[in-house]
Design a protein around this ligand. Structure first.
Ligand code: MD3
Ligand code: FE
Length: 213
């Protein structure tokens, strides 16, 4: 009983994976986030964007917050309005900001102020190729990532793109915090395997909270 109390839900475990990368397993309430995503997607639907090179991305994307990450022939950037409906992106709900700040705080980042959340929707076979996130202004602010639904293998390249990555299995409700040197690391997500999840069906969702401006 005492053993259990030491690891009870009030004191979730935090695991340092490497310098600046922290994993908080089962940190959020997935249903709450999933329901919110479905509400927001009615205003700004998931869509497959075009890369600057003219290819259609396989992962469907939407945003919430003051600005949203966007890609087309003109390049990658943050936009205050959703080009699909010419309206602001759905606002970040207070509970979302609170959870992201709580995760950052646990990882040691005190003044985290996310102004946007990029939401990725993975279907069977979708993968994210190695890349850096560098469209944000302030690299001293961490990125907080939340996973929903089907599990996926996340890959972190500590050195360069060509090096051997660290593989991390991300499950429903897991949260990752990236800051400091890790903020600039290359990372990727392996192909989503065909499976079924009680909350999300055949899909995986990932939310990345960022300070873009
Ligand atoms: C490491 N998303 O949207 S989240 C992305 O699971 C993205 O959908 C992945 O990479 C996903 O850009 C991984 C974890 C993540 C997010 C941002 C990072 C890892 C990061 C920025 C720097 C280093
Ligand atoms: Fe990324």
């Amino acid at each position: 009983m005492m053993q259990n109390d030491l690891f009870s839900k009030s004191e979730p475990k935090i695991e340092a994976l490497c310098d600046g990368v922290y994993l908080l397993r089962q940190f959020i309430e997935p249903e709450l986030f999933y329901n919110q995503i479905m509400k927001m997607a009615k205003i700004s639907p998931f869509r497959r964007m075009m890369t600057p090179g003219g290819k259609i991305m396989n992962i469907a994307i939407t945003n919430s917050g003051d600005v949203g990450w966007y890609s087309d022939r003109k390049g990658y950037r943050y936009l205050p309005l959703d080009p699909l409906n010419a309206k602001p992106w759905p606002p970040l709900a207070d509970f979302m900001i609170k959870a992201a700040k709580q995760a950052a705080q646990k990882a040691g980042f005190k003044n985290y102020n996310p102004d946007t959340c990029l939401i990725n929707c993975y279907q069977t076979g979708d993968r994210l190729t190695p890349h850096q996130d560098k469209n944000e202004q302030d690299f001293s602010q961490p990125i907080v990532s939340m996973s929903l639904g089907l599990s996926a293998i996340f890959q972190l390249y500590e050195e360069v793109r060509g090096g051997k990555p660290k593989n991390i299995l991300l499950d429903n409700g897991d949260v990752l915090v990236f800051g400091g040197p890790a903020r600039r690391y290359f990372h990727a997500v392996k192909k989503l395997e065909k499976d079924n999840h009680t909350l999300t069906g055949s899909k995986r969702y990932n939310l990345t909270f960022r300070k873009a401006l």
